[in-house]
Write a protein that binds this ligand. Structure first.
Ligand SMILES: Cc1cc2nc3c(=O)[nH]c(=O)nc-3n(C[C@H](O)[C@H](O)[C@H](O)COP(=O)(O)OP(=O)(O)OC[C@H]3O[C@@H](n4cnc5c(N)ncnc54)[C@H](O)[C@@H]3O)c2cc1C
Length: 314
């Protein structure tokens, strides 16, 4: 954002769902574009920038989360964050979770409508795969649910981007079963310690792990103690089970990584969420903070590779 970034005429923060239809009528009458913002994490700024005159509907006040442990479902306002969802599940059940992304400050309005992946992806799919109902205001100001919007629109808002179709008010999601203890580890290897070979090998073994094992690689540019620039690969994992079984799986499928018992930490699923974003694991309250202190700003872009990247290009 800079001084020349286009600004909205107004930012509206509705407190009730029925306040949104009048905003849509008013914007249409005055030929104003509407930008809808839930968590504000859009890398391209699509929820808060436009080249034509526009207003922002910011859904931060529609963020109630209602968890039904018996039914293993939750209804949540589109302005809720992933952290709010995870927190509300964890305080009610240590054996339920939701298959969504890593960062607690990501909004569920944008995240679910674009897909949404995280550590439970391999076993339970994307966040969008676990949406079972929704409420949306359409371009004519009507509030629709899954039944009244029809299966085509319901399909489209789970991956096609919500803003193309209306203002999503709330989602109903399916919660998934997890063990009370999971095991995490993060192993760092740089170019001087076999990183290239390990990342290359990881591409072949990781897709064939059992579904309980999620192992990602996060590459970053680092400086060694003697001032040399290197690339470091962090092999970061959450395993839905205990250390003994994890060690056996890794020994069989990926012994080259050299995982040992001391690398493994057993904790609850909600603690693994905190661990993966670098928060202390003894307090859940930070998950509720929409605005985190000391955040770094960066731009992300995703790609999907269908064939493993060659060793030369790794
Ligand atoms: C720090 C960070 C971490 C991330 N981690 C992950 C991750 O682990 N996994 C992953 O899959 N992705 C991740 N992402 C990407 C993130 O899922 C997307 O950027 C997502 O669209 C953000 O949703 P939002 O509601 O926060 O963003 P917003 O900027 O509010 O919205 C994003 C888009 O969705 C539209 N939209 C938002 N709310 C609504 C609504 N209620 N109705 C209709 N349209 C709406 C907006 O208009 C915009 O086009 C991350 C992004 C960041 C910045």
């Amino acid at each position: 954002m800079s001084d020349s970034t286009p600004k909205p005429l107004v930012i509206i923060t509705p407190e009730h769902e029925h306040q949104i239809s009048p905003i849509i009528y008013c914007a249409k009458q005055n030929q104003l574009q509407i930008r809808t913002r839930s968590g504000g994490h859009d890398f391209e700024g699509r929820s808060y920038v436009s080249e034509v005159p526009f207003v922002i509907i910011d859904l931060r006040n529609l963020s109630e989360v209602k968890v039904d442990v018996q039914q293993k479902t939750a209804w949540l306002g589109a302005g809720a964050t992933l952290g709010m969802l995870y927190y509300n599940i964890a305080i009610r059940s240590p054996r339920l979770a939701f298959a969504g992304g890593f960062s607690p400050t990501v909004g569920v309005g944008g995240h679910f409508s674009g897909g949404g992946w995280g550590v439970l992806l391999r076993k339970y799919g994307l966040a969008a795969d676990n949406v079972i109902d929704a409420r949306i205001v359409d371009v004519n100001g009507r509030i629709l649910n899954r039944n009244s919007m029809g299966e085509d629109l319901f399909w489209a808002i789970r991956g096609g981007g919500g803003a193309s179709f209306g203002v999503i008010l709330a989602w109903k999601v399916r919660l998934v079963d997890i063990p009370e203890r999971v095991t995490v580890f993060t192993i760092y290897r740089d170019l001087e310690h076999n990183a290239t070979q390990l990342v290359h090998r990881w591409q072949y073994v990781a897709p064939n792990f059992e579904e309980d094992l999620f192992l990602r690689v996060v590459a970053s540019r680092n400086t060694t103690s003697d001032g040399k620039i290197t690339i470091s690969a962090a092999f970061n994992s959450v395993f839905l089970g205990g250390t003994d079984r994890l060690l056996a799986v890794m020994q069989e499928k990926f012994p080259e990584l050299g995982l040992v018992r001391d690398d493994c930490i057993e904790m609850s699923w909600i603690q693994s969420i905190l661990y993966n974003v670098g928060f202390p694991i003894d307090s859940l309250e930070p998950l509720l903070d929409r605005f985190q202190p000391n955040v770094g700003y960066y731009k992300g872009k995703s790609d999907y590779v269908e064939e493993p990247v060659s060793r030369k290009r790794v």
